[in-house]
Design a protein. Structure first.
Length: 70
């Protein structure tokens, strides 16, 4: 992996701390800050791979109907 790719995947330390605290991960952040940072970096990479639908009103699967097939 080249340096530019690594820099893009790094997440700002203060952002990681803020999100971890809001998620209730205070103990994990205190005991394993490197693991929390690694998880945040991995999550940011996964979020970048998700593509937004061309039509935001489109449903990703057919609408559910109550009673059909029950």
């Amino acid at each position: 992996m080249d340096k530019q790719m690594v820099d893009k995947q790094m997440v700002d330390k203060s952002t990681v701390e803020l999100l971890a605290r809001r998620a209730g991960l205070d103990k994990a952040l205190a005991e394993h800050p490197e693991d929390v940072a690694a998880a945040a970096t991995q999550a940011a990479g996964a979020a970048r791979k998700i593509k937004a639908p061309a039509d935001p009103r489109a449903e990703p699967w057919p609408p559910m109907r109550a009673g059909d097939g029950l």
